[in-house]
Design a protein around this ligand. Structure first.
Ligand code: TXA
Ligand code: MG
Length: 342
């Protein structure tokens, strides 16, 4: 299949009509969102959804997020919308937040990975919403990467992973958030955060009161336990290079990485660290005290590690609260939980 790349900056661009039609009729298109690029298909069409799993090489028990453009498209997808869910959506939609509720029969089991719940999100990116509108159906869209690889934050990342496997890639520029949406489940007694993202725990609690944070946000899932979010049990966000996170102040980090420097090794550090490190290749992921800038850069930096062919990458430890929790969560998975404390 030939993949057509469309550069589109205006949500009223007429070329979005053919993208929408292709999606409605069972085809695949990568679409820009404010978090990461998504690999979209008609969420209500089992055959179309199956193609997503195939193109990504994704295990079929890992459920997809269903994307909508308007509030009234939510109701048909779920059993009911509790008052807490409504308040949460009103506060943060459109935006980087996904809400899980028991699903209606309209949502195929293929879409929900066999679960009786469904994850729904209204993206903030105007082009994403325009594509959903043109499709006229809700769109299932996981991140548009090969399963297990770092999520794509530019159209060229998508092209690298999915060229020849999908009909369209809509290039809407760089993703502003840079990590995937916050995922919260409102199924069960207490709201539970399954994946941290651009909507922070504090922002959630300001609407919902106390929430639980699923242990899998911080820790490796123990052998034999059932994942609240199936995505958490799979290897994730991993470049080919081995990533090791170094916890300790900058001076300790510097001597640790400089001792281990060779042509196959890089330091994954913050903007401005480069001048202070000697004899080692540098990758950067944002400013030391700015988690949003780290989120914006982390996946691209991990992809750069592979492009440059590094075998080992020593990462500086990020801030791990607020928006930083999302950065930490992705980096620790890319590192397969390998942290060295100095
Ligand atoms: O920002 C995002 O959310 C991006 C863009 C494209 O919208 N999408 C995305 O999708 O990150 P994906 O498939 O890469 O991640 C969805 C995560 C997975 O970890 C999956 O297991 C979890 O959400 N998930 C989806 N539906 C679920 C459900 N019903 N119950 C529990 N977890 C669910
Ligand atoms: Mg993903």
């Amino acid at each position: 299949m030939k993949t057509e790349l469309l550069r589109i900056s205006d949500p009223t661009d007429p070329r979005l009509v053919k993208v929408g039609q292709t999606l409605r009729n069972g085809g695949l298109a990568a679409i820009p969102t404010e978090t990461v690029y998504g690999l979209a298909a008609n969420a209500l069409d089992e055959k179309a959804v199956e193609k997503i799993y195939e193109a990504k090489g994704r295990p079929s028990d890992n459920p997809l997020i269903v994307h909508i453009a308007h509030f009234d498209e939510w109701k048909p997808l779920v059993k009911e919308i509790p008052e807490s869910a409504e308040r949460l959506a009103k506060a943060y939609w459109p935006g980087p937040l996904t809400i899980i509720l028991p699903k209606s029969t309209l949502v195929p089991m293929k879409t929900s990975g066999g679960l009786d719940t469904v994850a729904v999100r209204m993206p903030g990116h105007p082009i994403a919403r325009a594509i959903i509108e043109k499709a006229g159906v809700p769109l299932a869209a996981p991140s548009a990467n090969t399963s297990g690889k770092p999520s794509p934050t530019t159209a060229s990342h998508v092209l690298h992973d999915l060229d020849g496997k999908i009909e369209y890639i809509v290039d809407g520029g760089e993703c502003t958030v840079g990590v995937e949406s916050t995922v919260i489940t409102l199924v069960g007694d207490r709201p539970r955060l399954l994946r941290p993202g651009g909507v922070t725990p504090e922002m959630l609690e300001s609407v919902l009161g106390k929430i639980e944070i699923d242990p899998a946000v911080f820790n490796k899932l123990q052998e034999g336990t059932v994942a609240a979010s199936p995505g958490m049990k799979y290897k994730h966000y991993s470049p080919t290079a081995e990533v090791i996170i170094i916890k300790g102040d900058f001076e300790k980090y510097k001597s640790y990485v400089e001792e281990r420097a060779d042509e196959n090794t890089a330091a994954l550090c913050f903007d401005g660290d480069a001048e202070k490190l000697c004899g080692i290749s540098i990758l950067t992921y944002g400013e030391e005290t700015d988690s949003a800038s780290q989120a914006n850069r982390i996946f691209e930096a991990l992809r750069e590690a592979d492009e440059k062919g590094y075998q080992t990458v020593y990462a500086r430890y990020p801030l791990a609260d607020g928006m930083g929790l999302a950065v930490f969560n992705r980096l620790v998975r890319a590192a397969a939980f390998h942290i060295v404390e100095l």
